[in-house]
Write a protein that binds this ligand. Sequence first.
Ligand SMILES: [Zn+2]
Length: 461
Amino acid sequence: MDCDILVKNGRVVTAKGVDTADVAVKDGRVIALLAPSAQGSVRADQVLDAKGKFVLPGAIDVHAHLNDPGFTWREDFAHGTTAAAAGGVTTVVDMPLQNEPALTDADIFARKHEAVREKALVDYAFWGGLTGDNLDKMRELHDAGVTAFKVFLGPVSPDYRTLNLGVVREGLEIAASFGGLVGFHAEDYAIIHHEEERAARAGRTERIDFLRSRPVVAEKIATADVIELSRATGARVHICHVSHPEVAELIRQARNEGLSVSGETCTHYLVFDEDDVLERGMIFKCAPPLRDAVAREALWDYVVDGTLVCVASDHSPCAPREKDESEGALKAWGGISGIQSLMAVFFDQAVHRRGLCPSLVAARLSEGPARIFGLRGRKGSIRVGADADLVILDPDREWRITEDSLRYLNKISAFVGLEGRGMPETTLVRGRVVWSDGEAQAPLGYGELVKRHSPEEKIEH
Ligand SMILES: [Zn+2]
């Protein structure tokens, strides 16, 4: 057998388990998984020795804000996708907001593609926007290849719009007509707005006031509303960045009833808690906010059982001045940068600190995201015929996240200072090494747009 690259002697990780195998790659795809004894019969142009290491499917980060085009003082595609490659993320699914303009029709889809295509190091897909005034554009966005539509139920930045349930219901009816997926920032606007006003009237602007303005009940109510509207319309819905086990429990019950509801959480909810906000400040501010340590631990149960089938970064960068607390904790920017640390942190926390199988990493970072977001077949798993999006990870290599190690435009993150073990070292996208030895190995522009397919696929239980 002839191939372009042979990744040999590694422990190949899939959602089903871990097996020692050699991965043969040709023309960007996996062409064979071979028992190590078959080596002699393979001729490869390039051999990567993964002895003692794991070979994982590249992560698909289904929740990232690269801010390009539009808000490129916060992040841009060049920095964001380079950080992705450094961290073992081979496909970034970019959000439609924090873009100028927000991605709300097929024409803007095409323009965004043009604006970023020369800047991407890894592959990428787009979320579409659902802003209330583009209901008649949903079908064309779907046909253009968006993976899902993003809805905000809670307060949002001025470039986007919060929807009421009437508009959401109509949007879900439209999405259901073509099998589209609608993803939600699920926090109840009225509760949060009221609490923010109450705090402002009383002149309360402390960190604790921010946390109190976004109670768990606001997240639960919004999630329950989405679930009921999914039941009523038959639409597939996805709850983004679940922060609390009581929210995850609602999703679990809905799934047990057979509804097409999926859930996602983010590494910061699995590692940090509200004490970090209270003690260390605005760098830990995000929405929904970090919850208490008991909730953080209980959230893991739902990651393990698959209720939360995707673990994403919600990479949400900003300029350092936007984290300034001088006007109070309610005014500072909410968002945590985490695309580069997604795999390393999740691997360390799951495998080393909780003794879970590395297959959970493949399941929640790659296979689950590919399945829910219509990328399966091409992306998200190591199998014959799929894109050779691979990560060689040294499970014993220790790391400490520093500002200098970050490839973001703005080198700030809640994860700075965190230590762990298990480091993505080499990243391949479609059979080409894009990152190794701490440096990019392919030119910007190598990354390609990936479009959703298999829209008819139902969420599996
Ligand atoms: Zn987000």
